[in-house]
Design a protein around this ligand. Structure first.
Ligand SMILES: Nc1ncnc2c1ncn2[C@@H]1O[C@H](COP(=O)(O)OP(=O)(O)OP(=O)(O)O)[C@@H](O)[C@H]1O
Ligand SMILES: [Mg+2]
Length: 498
């Protein structure tokens, strides 16, 4: 990585708190320090010339000694036997000792890897400090908060993660605003900043250097499963660290958005496959394209195609079921459906949501929007889960009163940051979480906003047609075998017969 060059001429603008050996991450990290030659201007007190050339040179040397302390320390340890040996008249023994240390460091695999990792962390710290200093020195408003101390560096497949501490006078929000400018100085893909929810002074900064999601995700872990439960977390893909990402559906509704071919239906199929393999789940499929969900028709309790009236009938029946279920819950003094109640979950899957909101007669469209809104708003405690996919969730397509009710958002590739924000919610793109920077060749890559405080970038598992057909056939057999009969519990006894 190219190291940024600092510019001179910028007067310090902040408290002189960081003057001197202030930072665990590097010498000379003081506010507004440094010209390109590393000669800092003393805050509030004249130039380097006034402070004396000797002092400035000493500070410059000390800064670099501090910055390269790790390498210098390692060199000192390696050279120590040779120096001591020479001093005591045993130069050959001392030389052999140093040679042995070097051989262990370079020849023993774990040692070599450890040394490489530690050196990489030291280099990352230096680059970070130079970049922050360069931004502060450059006469721009990008970042004027002073030096940002690095507490820890972790290497990840996507790049490096820094746990940082902003100086007094700066805020993490300012650092977030400077993220793009920092990425420019560091010459990397992206800088993402996430504030520590418990400490306003601390933040986690991700230096994204490469896209680890360029390769397809591994096979879906449940491809060969005989039976699953929709109450359990569903593996949906892998994140940038190669870690599995799961989604837990009960009490949640999910909205998927993204441009054509981004991978929405493929992502939906993972959730539908799980529901199909849970014989206790009642599956309802609304497919505005007819073919996307057709493979699961044999597992569905009800289906609707392109006709909006059919879709309305299906949703109206579900709403009646929801109302009846609330009466059952009331009678049993329960507030929501739980796994041991013996009531089946209902999964309502809508692919091409926009089709039902834009086509057909105005009255039918309005009815569809109202039924959907009611189910998404009130279905949670009654065990009704709605997942919907659409290309354009803009307000002129999906009423905001409906869109905003979806708790989980999954943005596949979008054409603009604004479109990405429409799926995830306003403001995420400006914090570096945008589905518009996804390479169009990397289908199935997206941002999932669910349990965590921030969207997770992931690549979803993919079920190709033969795999999907074999899961669907297995699910149909399971359902035909009667495995899905609900255990009889208090609630189940009192639920109205439909
Ligand atoms: N996770 C994935 N891994 C690999 N390839 C994928 C993945 N998801 C989707 N694809 C590829 O992208 C193609 C389009 O995916 P999909 O049909 O899900 O897109 P879509 O967003 O639903 O498009 P549309 O809006 O037109 O319905 C798939 O046929 C498949 O080839
Ligand atoms: Mg689709």
């Amino acid at each position: 990585m190219a190291e940024p060059s600092a510019q001179s001429g910028h007067e310090p603008h902040d408290a002189p708190a960081a003057w001197g050996f202030d930072s665990p991450g590097g010498w000379g990290g003081g506010y507004g320090t440094g010209s390109g030659a590393g000669i800092p201007d003393r805050p509030g007190g004249g130039s380097a010339q006034q402070g004396g050339l000797v002092g400035a040179v000493l500070r410059c040397v000390a800064r670099n000694v501090w910055a390269f302390g790790l390498e210098l320390g390692a060199l000192a340890v390696l050279a120590a036997p040779a120096v001591l040996g020479a001093a005591h008249g045993w130069p050959i023994v001392g030389g052999l000792g140093s040679g042995l240390l070097l051989a262990v460091l370079l020849g023993v695999g774990p040692m070599r890897r450890l040394a490489g990792r530690v050196r990489h962390q030291a280099m990352t710290r230096r680059c970070w400090h130079r970049a922050v200093r360069a931004l502060g020195d450059a006469d721009t408003a990008a970042w004027r908060g002073g030096q940002v101390a690095v507490r820890a560096v972790t290497c990840r497949p996507a790049g490096d993660v820094l746990d940082v501490r902003v100086p007094v006078g700066g805020t993490v929000a300012d650092l977030e605003k400077a993220a793009e400018a920092l990425a420019v100085v560091l010459e990397i893909r992206q800088v993402r900043v996430r504030r520590d929810p418990d400490n306003a002074r601390q933040a986690r900064v991700s230096l994204i250097r490469r896209d680890p999601l360029a390769a397809p995700a591994p096979a879906w872990p449940h491809t060969g499963a005989e039976r699953l439960s929709l109450w359990d977390p569903i593996p949906v893909g892998v994140d940038e660290d190669g870690q599995p990402v799961t989604l837990t559906l009960p009490e949640r509704n999910v909205l998927l958005g993204g441009e054509p071919g981004a991978g929405k239906s493929a992502a939906l199929s993972l959730l539908v496959a799980t529901a199909a393999l849970d014989p206790n789940v009642r599956l309802h499929l609304l497919d505005g394209k007819l073919v996307e969900l057709a493979g699961w028709a044999g597992c569905a309790d009800s289906t609707a195609g392109v006709n909006v009236e059919d879709a309305n009938l299906l949703l109206a029946r579900l709403r009646a079921e929801m109302d009846a279920r609330y009466l059952s819950l009331l009678a049993n003094r329960a507030r929501k459906v739980a796994p041991d109640f013996g009531l089946p979950l209902h999964l309502v899957v809508i692919d091409e949501l926009a089709h039902y909101l834009l086509n057909g007669e105005r009255k039918e469209r309005a009815l569809f929007a109202e039924l959907m809104r009611d189910l998404v708003a009130r279905g949670r405690a009654a065990g009704i889960i709605v997942i919907a996919a659409t290309q354009k969730p803009q307000h002129d397509v999906i009423p905001t009163a409906l869109r905003d009710l979806f708790g989980f958002r999954w943005a596949l590739r979008c054409s603009t940051p604004q479109a990405s924000d429409t799926v995830l919610g306003a403001g995420w793109a400006s914090q570096g979480h945008t589905a518009s920077d996804i390479d169009s060749a990397h289908r199935g890559v997206g941002l999932l906003l669910h349990e965590g405080a921030q969207p997770v970038r992931l690549r979803s598992h993919y079920l190709d047609d033969p795999t999907l057909a074999s899961i669907a056939a297995r699910a149909e057999r399971l359902r035909r075998s009667g495995a899905g009969q609900q255990p009889t519990g208090d609630i189940a006894c009192q639920e109205q017969t439909r």
